[in-house]
Design a protein around this ligand. Structure first.
Ligand SMILES: C[S@@+](CC[C@H](N)C(=O)[O-])C[C@H]1O[C@@H](n2cnc3c(N)ncnc32)[C@H](O)[C@@H]1O
Length: 501
């Protein structure tokens, strides 16, 4: 019996009945077939067929899903997520799965001193290679212990940071009630695990996750962790990763109409591609995106990776894969800033039990990784932007591209706050950008000048748009940048509808 016959029979039955057992399909098929064969044939298509499947003994219960629409968070869902982010960390259940995987791979207790020492060594090696640049930066995922080290040291922060981004997307109306996700360079499954974790705090919305990964050791870890974690609550359907090198990927092998494509900490590892080729790869893969789908690229916040991400993002924009966030193009101009270092910073995560165990040694700080700092860009094929603010050409604001002509003068500017406070106790310092800057621009607020007219800048979140009136421009020769010195007479307004801390 052909796969087509099984699929068309399934379509027929699921149109007639909103709920049935998969074994019942056999009554409608011309030839006898096992439930397992029917399941295997249908699994890749179920999500597109709008149905969800729940294991029930040797059989499966099929339930027709809700029609796909924009996901709107309920008050209850918001509350659950706010509680979670208040003290974000890896769930106990996932911690146990990771510990059990260590036991499976080493045939020893997860906290056996010999195992701990080997993971510490692998973490040290991984960190040394990670911060190298050029050809010597050869990060390997071929040895078992390098994966265990990744799971112990990197995964917890990447797992939480992705949830911040996903939650933000949900709040901004970018998610749907049925999401088809593709995770590129999935490693041991950080992103599918993060999606599952957040979907556990949502009510009845569905996601299907496809993944691509090159290394067998990562795929093995993925296949151990991801299906088990997703099985806790069955609203996330996961598929085995496609084992492929993405640099030569035939996009026809990828699913169609992807709602969210994720490149989390992976593009910086494609040494064989230059930045133009990376942008071409992402742009090619964007053909598989649904019309209102999103691509999210995440990289570490260090200067080299972060600035490369901004360049890549601008190249993508030029190729027609537009920027949704965090950059805003207030003057509808092209960005020409050569070096743009901008990242998001969130509260530290709770360390895992594994991290704490690894830190029980002479140099604990080497094994604790709880800092959440990341650079990201969200791209789309349509024109939707997070901050859709455009200024009429004659508005009484100076463009940052012309800031050199205003040195030592007082001006009004409008721009996005592109950093948290990166100053010190005496001076608060924020990166400001209006999408035209040729040199970096910072807003400087001396603590003795803080008053009710300007203090709103302290409460802005990453990407908020503000209007600054009557601010003094000063060229900073040491950094070849411009400072906007906020005085007592400077007033700052936050654009309406902008989130504040
Ligand atoms: C730093 S890890 C990121 C894993 C995961 N996305 C995360 O954020 O934790 C980079 C991943 O990309 C994978 N990778 C590197 N080059 C690749 C390639 N050419 N094709 C497919 N995967 C690749 C690596 O094997 C590794 O799993």
């Amino acid at each position: 019996m052909s796969d087509r016959e099984i699929i068309s029979t399934f379509k027929y039955v699921s149109r007639m009945r909103s709920e049935f057992m998969l074994s019942e399909l056999r009554d409608y098929l011309k030839e006898d077939s096992s439930v397992e064969k029917i399941h295997k044939t249908l699994k890749p298509h179920l999500f597109d067929l709008g149905c969800n499947l729940f294991t029930q003994g040797d059989d499966y219960r099929v339930i027709r899903g809700q029609p796909c629409r924009k996901l709107e968070l309920s008050e209850e869902e918001i509350k659950k997520n706010e509680v979670f982010f208040n003290s974000a960390g890896v769930s106990r259940k996932l911690e146990r799965f990771i510990e059990q995987y260590i036991e499976k791979k080493t045939s020893k207790d997860w906290d056996d001193p010999v195992v701990m020492e080997k993971i510490r060594k692998a973490i040290r090696t991984q960190k040394t290679v990670y911060w190298k640049e050029g050809d010597s930066r050869n990060i390997s995922y071929e040895k078992g212990y390098s994966i265990l080290a990744y799971m112990a040291y990197q995964l917890p922060v990447y797992f939480i940071q992705f949830q911040y981004l996903l939650y933000d997307m949900a709040k901004n109306g970018l998610l749907k009630t049925r999401m088809k996700i593709l995770d590129v360079g999935s490693g041991p499954g950080t992103i599918p695990l993060a999606v599952t974790d957040m979907y556990n705090r949502l009510d009845g919305h569905n996601a299907e996750i496809n993944a691509i990964e090159l290394f067998e050791e990562n795929i093995e870890a993925y296949n151990y962790l991801v299906p088990q974690y997703a099985a806790v609550k069955s609203n996330v359907m996961v598929h085995e990763p496609i084992k492929e090198d993405i640099t030569g990927i035939d996009i026809e092998k990828l699913p169609d109409s992807i709602d969210l494509m994720v490149f989390s900490n992976v593009l910086n590892e494609l040494k064989e591609l230059d930045i133009q080729q990376k942008a071409e790869l992402v742009s090619k893969m964007a053909n598989k995106l649904s019309d209102d789908g999103n691509i999210i690229i995440i990289e570490p916040a260090d200067k080299s990776n972060s600035t490369e991400l901004r360049r890549l993002s601008i190249l993508l924009k030029k190729m027609g894969v537009r920027i949704y966030s965090p950059c805003s193009f207030i003057w509808s101009a092209e960005c020409s800033l050569e070096v743009c270092w901008s990242f998001e910073h969130k509260k530290d995560i709770r360390p895992t039990r594994l991290m704490q165990k690894l830190a029980e040694c002479d140099e604990p700080y080497r094994y604790m990784n709880t800092d959440i700092k990341y650079s990201y860009a969200i791209h789309r094929k349509d024109t939707l932007a997070k901050q859709d603010v455009t200024v009429p050409p004659k508005a009484r604001f100076a463009r940052m591209s012309k800031i050199d002509t205003h040195n030592k003068k007082r001006i009004n500017v409008i721009g996005a706050v592109m950093s948290e406070d990166i100053g010190d106790e005496k001076y608060k310092l924020y990166r400001i950008c209006d999408g035209t800057s040729k040199k970096a621009v910072y807003a400087v607020l001396p603590s003795h000048n803080i008053n009710e007219d300007n203090e709103v800048i302290i409460r802005t979140v990453y990407g908020s748009i503000i209007k600054i009136y009557n601010v003094l421009v000063r060229y900073n020769e040491t950094n070849d940048s411009y400072n906007l010195l906020i005085g007592k007479g400077t007033s700052i307004e936050l654009l309406p509808d902008t989130e504040v801390n």
